[in-house]
Design a protein around this ligand. Structure first.
Ligand SMILES: C[S@@+](CC[C@H](N)C(=O)[O-])C[C@H]1O[C@@H](n2cnc3c(N)ncnc32)[C@H](O)[C@@H]1O
Length: 379
């Protein structure tokens, strides 16, 4: 089956996701704003579902057309070969978004798309009633600048749900963004890795999965595994192939947090992810950070002062952590924060910055690439 597959992702992560796809040997990879697309078949879909660390979900594109009016939307959907994917008894709920378009009522577009799909399938299957008792195929749509695109959601739960984090702290990092941060730190399992504000352990766990080259989706199921248009063996083969790509190393990955409940949760989550043996979690105050290493990366997201602490409290924490960090040696630092005063309070401008979005929160990843002894406030 020839497919075009679209993977939405966090803004700022498109290039990393495109690189992941090229490493998987996927074809015609195109990075766009907030998404990356590729062409392939059902084997590529299964491989991408199991392996991609930075994609939010995988959508099969059924078609795209101009839709400035409801009539155009109806006719456009009715012309799509939906019967290629949807059997007679499929349930096909519809959801989606209208952005910057003449059609702006999402509920109205939803019902037009459903009506058009029913019309198309009635004609193809010669039935007038669908009991929808079979597999569920979620239709998604976007209408962007008057162009409608209709997708099938192959993932179901978002791909950030790896299956290892039933419990998390109040402001957890999404697993997909955590993986992107680990990629940006260039950690590959050789140097030491540490997250001194580890919360539920997402960053150390993603680091361990990357170090081991373990497929992040191995422990979960995908909506398209229930679809009759994709043979079961495709998924079985992709799953069976994955463990052969794993490395076995002696990793030095550390996570710590001030909150005993977070440390306990992080340990449990690491066990569920099957990487408990690779990570040492402990109760520790990041402002007393003095871990010794020959070479290491600190990858972390401390409280921002938006969701957990007040701003001034976060500033005091950044200042105290900055003092501890600049007194330590041999650690590069990759720190995610939405706090606009981060660099000033931390005590030094970052060597590099990269804009990333943690959900709807605009953040910067502050990168300190070589530690110099502190010479007062450099700003
Ligand atoms: C934004 S959360 C980190 C979330 C984490 N990345 C995750 O995915 O679950 C910040 C964490 O910093 C911890 N924290 C706050 N002050 C700390 C300190 N002085 N030392 C260590 N941890 C601290 C909080 O307990 C919280 O778990």
């Amino acid at each position: 089956m020839n497919l075009t597959i679209c993977a939405p992702c966090h803004f700022g992560v498109e290039g990393l996701l495109a690189d992941e796809m090229r490493r998987l040997d996927l074809k015609n990879v195109r990075a766009e704003n907030g998404r990356v697309r590729f062409d392939g078949d059902e084997n590529d879909l299964a491989k991408a579902s199991i392996w991609l660390r930075c994609a939010e979900r995988l959508l099969i594109e059924v078609g795209s057309f101009e839709a400035p009016t409801f009539d155009a939307l109806f006719e456009g959907v009715k012309a799509l070969p939906l019967e290629r994917f949807l059997p007679k008894n499929a349930a096909f709920p519809v959801r989606g978004h209208c952005i910057n378009s003449k059609l702006f009522s999402e509920p109205d577009c939803q019902s037009i798309i459903r009506k058009a799909a029913v019309t198309r399938l009635s004609e193809k299957y010669h039935v007038s009633w669908f009991d929808e008792t079979g597999e569920t195929i979620q239709l998604r749509f976007t209408i962007l600048n008057d162009t409608a695109t209709i997708y099938l959601d192959t993932s179901g739960d978002g791909l950030h749900k790896r299956g290892y984090r039933p419990a998390h702290v109040a402001a957890p990092l999404s697993e997909t963004l955590a993986a992107a941060m680990v990629y940006l730190s260039r950690y590959r399992g050789r140097d030491d890795f540490c997250d001194p504000f580890c919360g539920s352990g997402t960053l150390p766990i993603e680091a361990a999965l990357i170090a081991r080259n373990r497929a992040p989706g191995l422990k979960r199921r995908f909506a398209a595994e229930q679809w009759s248009c994709i043979p079961e063996h495709v998924w079985q083969e992709a799953r069976a192939d994955a463990p052969g790509h794993e490395y076995n190393g002696d990793y030095r990955i550390f996570g710590s947090d001030l909150d005993p409940a977070a440390v306990k949760m992080a340990k449990e989550n690491a066990a569920l992810a099957g990487v408990a043996g690779d990570i040492s979690f402990e109760l520790a105050d990041a402002t007393a950070f003095d871990r010794k290493t020959e070479r290491g990366v600190l990858v972390t997201n401390p409280p921002y002062g938006e969701r957990i602490m007040e701003k001034s409290e976060a500033e005091r924490l950044y200042e105290a952590f900055g003092k501890a960090y600049f007194a330590s040696e041999n650690w590069k630092l990759f720190l995610l924060s939405s706090h606009t005063e981060f660099e000033r309070t931390f005590g030094k401008n970052a060597d590099k910055k990269r804009k990333l979005y943690n959900g709807m929160i605009k953040c910067d990843l502050y990168m300190y690439l070589g530690v110099l002894p502190q010479q007062g406030n450099a700003l």
